[in-house]
Design a protein around this ligand. Sequence first.
Ligand code: SF4
Length: 390
Amino acid sequence: MDAIEKLQILGPAAADECADDVAADGRHLLAPRTPRDLAKCVSHATLPGGRRIPILKTLVSSACENDCRYCAFRSGRDVRRATFSADELARLSDQLWRHGIVKGIFLSSGLVGGGIHTQDSIIATAELLRRKYHFSGYLHAKIMPGADKAQVAETMRWSDRVSLNLEAPNANRLSTLAPRKGFSADLLQRLRWAHELATGGSSIGRRPSLTTQFVVGAVGESDLELLLTSSYLYRELGLARTYFSGFNPVPGTPLENQPPIQARREHRLYQASFLLRDYAFDVEELPFGSEGDLPLDTDPKLAWAQTHLLESPVEVNAAERHLLLRVPGIGPTTADRIVQERRKGRLTDVSDLRRLGIVVQRAMPFVLLDGHTAARQLSFWTAGTPLGSS
Ligand code: SF4
């Protein structure tokens, strides 16, 4: 089997791994100029700052000795498998990079010969890319359950981002989803090491960002459980992002008869996790129902504002940044713009807010402009003047 054939097996095998190629609404973004035979191996990642780049997503190996109950690559399942040698994968990645087909690489793997051996394969590939092929593009590498701390450091040394999939929000749920993985000892401990290495003044050189991924909806976990763990990861371990991968049953696995989740659940989880990460919300403030799930039909920030801000709207000319962030239609960037603009003069008109990039239709019910209900201005505008005409 040549390298391209292997890639055609191993690239699509990595499709369920999130590498920033999933928009907040769960859509998978497609690479527009990819050779047809590699179309399933290349997707776009959005880097911090918003730049989008095409990345090669692949596994080092789709063989796996583990038996996670949802996974297409669990041992014993009848599926075509392939394995790259480190040099084969590094060389192929380098060629795709030099031809401008990709600007980044995402490396993951099934478990072969234990976590330490598998991590060695990922490290060897990453090191070859950086040292032998002088690859200077974006590199995202997985940390395997069972990898040791020195390997975590070595993986970080070559990477712009490292990630380890917790898969479930706690030990109890993980025991049903992936019975041979230990939540604290095998998984969480490695995220803690990565955080220590990134913040503790070690000599690894790079400071890669850190992410994780949950499988959502396979074993009955609630949104509350997922978001409690996300909150801990953001606050205590400095994760850049927690990904939510909606469960889809795979034939020939123990969970094959389990229904898939509604795509909107992923979307609400992303919205809520951004409230925790960027908007200083606490988990307890999110609008969970009695079963601990978010309502599917309402944006969680809007639901919070309808309960808390309708009776006491936020004065745009006086509110502190953290309060501005509570208003639907105002995000971190537009909150900063409001604070800056207020230094120059008062904001008195809906057009002032629109000029700053605020989504006025969403914000209006919840704000005052110089003591006046802005919603009234908006209804005047809507009735008499085309929106966006000034
Ligand atoms: S370790 Fe589990 S999730 Fe990862 S490839 Fe193997 S069976 Fe799948």
